[in-house]
Design a binder for this molecule. Sequence first.
Ligand SMILES: [Zn+2]
Ligand SMILES: [Zn+2]
Length: 134
Amino acid sequence: MSKLKGSCLCGKVSFEVASSFDKMFLCSCDQCRQITGSAFASNLFTAADQFKWLSGGDDIANYQMPGRDISKSFCRTCGSGVPWSSGDGTKMIVPAGSLQGEPEVAQMYRTFISEQPLWSSTLDQVEAHEGFPS
Ligand SMILES: [Zn+2]
Ligand SMILES: [Zn+2]
């Protein structure tokens, strides 16, 4: 099976994962908006045995929201979101933006669109540029 590598922005945390995923969730819930600072979280799910850390295990910090099944793992140095293990340890959740290369995804889902901010609800109508507008 082909593999993809991924890392945080500074490169301390890196990993390798099978390139094909069953599911990807683009989640616009209030918690994902706040935890990412962006319109939605983009998370891929894979079986734990399809995933391997290459470096930086000690450089990862984790935030667990009290009383909720919501958490985020991030690089202590650069703050990038990095993969984390599901509560029962059977799955790894991989932030899609941490991958170098394109994953194969069987099924994508947008979730909690009722909670998405207005400014992200019409992205296909926003003026688009290859770089900054001149
Ligand atoms: Zn980093
Ligand atoms: Zn969410």
